[in-house]
Design a protein around this ligand. Structure first.
Ligand SMILES: Cc1cc2nc3c(=O)[nH]c(=O)nc-3n(C[C@H](O)[C@H](O)[C@H](O)COP(=O)(O)O)c2cc1C
Length: 324
């Protein structure tokens, strides 16, 4: 991909709908199905910059994607600027459209290594990391941050707005703001005001993220924050067509509910993509998605006990055929 795709998306797609990064979820097959249902840009799961630095075979294996997924943004995490320089160069060579830096993840393994959200406590280090990625690549750079985090040993907070003010002279193309604080990563109310303030100060694309599970919530997020776009995450579990529903709702004020027959078709499509991407192992990894797809169905309990054991595409087809 050439040029800054963020600028192109900003002109063309109002709002921009992004698949937010989710470790263990946003693999190639899930990115493909989200793209199919209308995602404008998709993020990979977070990838270790150190892993790329040391040429870890496993890390490089996570980098595969199909052309149809583009624009694909690879998300990197870590804390060593020198690793980020080399990692950025590798990402460019592999053909990603952009590179995102994770400054928002609360996962234990990331935080324990000094990366993710705790980096927000050291804005100098964050700046160095962004500069390292900028030095390593010509690709557009984006960042993902949280609404705020407590300073160590104090009740004072560092906010996403403090962060943006500290780096806004750098050529960062986009920011995705998860509008909840570090201390309550999934339960807190969304800080719409924080995202709105960032939109007023930051020249690049602003994507608002957090708590969007239906089109009406997407509209509230856009209305309250004036963001350029949205990052969708858990709302897509078993419902990648949420992208299409959000687009329709924002354009024409209504959207179509997916019936079980539509959902079955989506499941088979997703399963084909998983198999093509990773063979039999892709279908094992798909199992959690299959369970999400049937959540709320009257036969969900029975289906779950069967879907959790599928090994082949025909297993999936047989199970789905047996249900109304
Ligand atoms: C299973 C899971 C994995 C996640 N992995 C990442 C990640 O790799 N990088 C990241 O920046 N955020 C990650 N997140 C956070 C999401 O991108 C998103 O910010 C968060 O889920 C809030 O959005 P939601 O309320 O729409 O789910 C993850 C979230 C979940 C649930």
């Amino acid at each position: 991909m050439t040029g800054n795709f963020w600028q192109k998306l900003k002109k063309k797609n109002k709002p921009i709908l992004a698949l937010a990064p989710m470790a263990g979820v946003t693999d190639s097959a899930f990115r493909q199905i989200c793209k199919y249902y209308g995602a404008d840009v998709v993020y990979t799961e977070m990838i270790s910059a150190d892993g790329l630095y040391y040429d870890s075979h496993k890390t490089l294996g996570l980098l595969k994607f199909k052309k149809s997924e583009q624009p694909v943004v690879i998300q990197l995490f870590g804390k060593n600027p020198s690793a980020f320089v080399k990692a950025a160069k590798i990402c460019e060579d592999v053909g990603f459209a952009g590179i995102d830096i994770n400054f928002g993840c609360p996962a234990k393994k990331v935080v324990a290594s000094g990366g993710g959200v705790t980096l927000m406590r050291d804005l100098d280090k964050c700046r160095q990391i962004i500069e390292a990625v900028l030095a390593g690549t010509k690709l557009p750079i984006s960042i993902k941050v949280r609404a705020s985090i407590k300073k160590e040993g104090s009740d004072e907070r560092i906010s996403a707005l403090d962060f943006i003010r500290y780096i806004k002279d750098l050529p960062v193309s986009a920011v995705m703001v998860h509008g909840r604080p570090h201390e309550n990563p999934f339960g807190a109310a969304i800080d719409y005001e924080m995202i709105k303030n960032i939109k007023q100060e930051f020249a690049g694309v602003v994507l608002a993220n957090g708590g969007i599970t239906k089109p009406e919530e997407a509209k509230i997020m856009i209305d309250k924050t004036q963001a350029d776009g949205l990052g969708l995450a858990r709302g897509l579990y078993g419902r990648p067509w949420l992208f299409k529903q959000v687009k329709d709702y924002l354009k024409i004020g209504k959207y179509k509910e997916f019936k079980p027959s539509d959902i079955k078709k989506a499941m088979i499509k997703h399963a084909r993509m998983s198999f093509e991407a990773k063979g039999d192992y892709g279908l094992i990894e798909l199992r959690k998605h299959l369970l999400w797809y049937v959540a709320g169905w009257s036969e969900a309990k029975k289906l779950r006990s069967e879907l959790v054991r599928v090994k082949t595409l025909s297993d999936i087809k047989k199970i789905l055929k047996s249900t109304a």
